[in-house]
Design a protein around this ligand. Structure first.
Ligand SMILES: [Mn+2]
Length: 330
């Protein structure tokens, strides 16, 4: 079959949206800024463009929106599962590399026409229309293009959501995945008065909480190293999470503090979530950590990936570090 161009795919999606009745917009569980920003922007655009033909459009999250992102316009309208449980004839997912990453909401895919907009290189197909740009730093870049296709340009609120999405996934345009495209789209969005780049950067990268500081201290004081310091790893226990009142969202980005260690090539952080799951985050300068994560049932990008391990966080971090060492991935 001939591979369709992105414009063709966008037009096919447009046709589907214009005949849909009830649409659900979803992003991956344990959402980050790219997932939430992309979801809110596309939700808003669908709502305004198809208001005449649609009965409803609903944005459903697996967990509550993390406080860090509650400044995003529309965040207050997002439902939290099982709110919104029901039947939808069309489901749009953003930033979601597999159906499993939807958590409980994966059941909404059954019987629905499914559209996926994603930017993960390791993507397990689950949709009827799959638009993927694995070279994009953030899904927000793809959602921006899609909104331009269906609506000409984003609204002020959508622009803020999309700018935040891109800034979030690219470390404020400072990581390797920040491409010229990430910057060009960000520059378009920064022209909106609603987009205050300093405020977004502060909220995403500088602001902390007391609980997060305590957990960060725990994580850094337990940092260990293999391979002459090329592999840096640490963990966060459920106990310290409880003791400090730290939320799962508060731990976002803590792995970057390990990654900043002099001489570090791969950083690993294993943390126990408040519901007792051990989530691991990997960062690398050169090594392919998406493959490492995939070996343990996870996935992600070459230089930033994640997986879950069915063990305590200290053992999980050690297991990943050993695997990397023993397979000569460093
Ligand atoms: Mn993303």
């Amino acid at each position: 079959m001939e591979r369709k161009s992105k414009t063709d795919l966008f037009t096919m999606i447009q046709d589907r949206l214009s005949t849909a009745s009830n649409i659900a917009v979803l992003c991956h569980a344990y959402s980050d800024g790219d997932a939430i920003g992309s979801a809110l922007a596309i939700y808003s655009a669908i709502k305004r463009v198809y208001s005449q033909t649609l009965q409803s459009v609903t944005c459903i999250m697996e967990e509550p929106v993390p406080a860090k992102y509650d400044f995003l316009p529309g965040a207050e309208n997002m439902l939290q599962w099982p709110e919104g449980k029901g039947r939808y004839d069309l489901v749009v997912t953003v930033d979601t590399a597999s159906a499993e990453l939807l958590g409980h909401r994966a059941e909404l895919l059954e019987g629905a026409f499914v559209i996926s907009l994603d930017h993960h290189s390791s993507h397990t197909p689950y949709s009827d229309i799959d638009v993927r740009e694995a070279d994009y730093g953030a899904c927000g870049e793809l959602v921006y293009e899609f909104i331009c296709h269906i609506a000409g340009k984003p609204t002020a609120d959508e622009a803020l959501c999309l700018y935040t999405a891109i800034a979030s996934d690219t470390g404020g345009l400072s990581q390797k995945n920040a491409t010229p495209n990430s910057m060009m789209v960000s520059a378009m969005l920064a022209q909106y008065e609603s987009v205050k780049v300093d405020e977004v950067a502060f909220r995403l990268f500088k602001a902390s909480t007391y609980a997060r500081n305590k957990v960060m201290g725990y994580c850094l004081s337990n940092e260990e190293r293999y391979a002459d310091g090329k592999i840096c790893f640490s963990h966060i226990t459920g106990e310290i999470m409880q003791e400090t009142g730290c939320t799962d969202a508060d731990t976002e980005g803590i792995v970057n503090a390990l990654f900043a260690t002099e001489g570090c090539e791969i950083a690993i952080l294993a943390r126990e979530t408040t519901d007792g799951i051990t989530k691991c985050s990997l960062r690398s300068h050169h090594a392919n950590v998406a493959d490492v994560a995939a070996h343990f049932g996870g996935g992600g990008h070459i230089n930033a990936a994640g997986c879950r391990l069915d063990t305590d966080p200290k053992t999980a971090a050690e297991t990943l570090a050993q695997y990397i060492l023993q397979n000569g991935l460093i």
